[in-house]
Design a protein. Structure first.
Length: 228
């Protein structure tokens, strides 16, 4: 899951990047509205966290521009403006949620999970994604297969989420790498394939299908009734 953070406060931005990475998100951080204007159209993000009081172009101007250009990426506004008018303007302008500074980390993460649940077509139960015999909990980061706990690294968890959250969708290698890594990450050439191999080994080989020359897709195993 990849997040674009647009926040000019260095202390807050640094804390948010650390917290989001600890929760398994890949985070890219921009500090002005000007640099963020076209970024959601050039790279793929699952969610945008947007401050309103930005240098260059303010957050509301960014949001209105993005929505006018049909950007569908969910946006969570962070702001010190706590008036009703500010919240109404943000939501009417195309924000998916609104969080007033200061805020607790737990509430921010809960709001992000809620936005992601609403924005994707997948079988969610509270904070859980159910994919066949696999259950992935985005709140606790617990993953079970046939009711047994499966230990995953942060990257394995993020890759599994990206694939089973959109079952049947074929992802190119570049798309998966964009979902897993931020600009600052050092990515070796075969890292993605190593994670895919690990997931197949920890669950079952058919979990992730290779589409030669195209990419990868998570497909459920269909068990057909057989006459005995």
């Amino acid at each position: 899951m990849r997040v674009l953070l647009v926040e000019d406060n260095e202390l807050l931005g640094d804390g948010l990047v650390t917290a989001l990475k600890q929760e398994g998100y890949a985070v890219d951080w921009l500090r002005s509205g000007t640099t963020a204007l076209n970024m959601p159209f050039t790279e793929a993000f699952d969610l945008i966290i947007l401050d309103l009081g930005l240098p260059g172009i303010d957050g509301m101007g960014l949001l209105k521009d993005w929505r006018s250009r049909k950007l569908l990426t969910p946006v969570l506004i962070l702001t010190a403006r706590d008036s009703l008018d500010a919240r109404v303007e943000g939501l009417d302008g195309g924000a998916d949620d609104f969080l007033t500074k200061p805020f607790e980390r737990a509430e921010l993460m809960a709001r992000l999970r809620s936005i992601l649940r609403r924005s994707h077509q997948v079988d969610h139960i509270d904070s859980k994604i159910v994919f066949g015999d696999i259950t992935l909990d985005t709140a606790s980061h617990d993953v079970t297969y046939k009711k047994q706990i499966i230990n995953l690294s942060r990257m394995e968890f993020s890759l599994l989420y990206s694939l089973i959250e959109k079952p049947g969708k074929v992802f190119t290698r570049d798309q998966l790498q964009q979902a897993l890594y931020s600009w600052e990450d050092d990515v070796s050439s075969n890292t993605l394939e190593v994670y895919i191999h690990n997931l197949r080994k920890k669950f079952y080989p058919e979990l992730i299908k290779t589409m030669r020359g195209i990419g990868y897709v998570a497909e459920k195993i269909v068990i057909e009734d057989q006459d005995l």
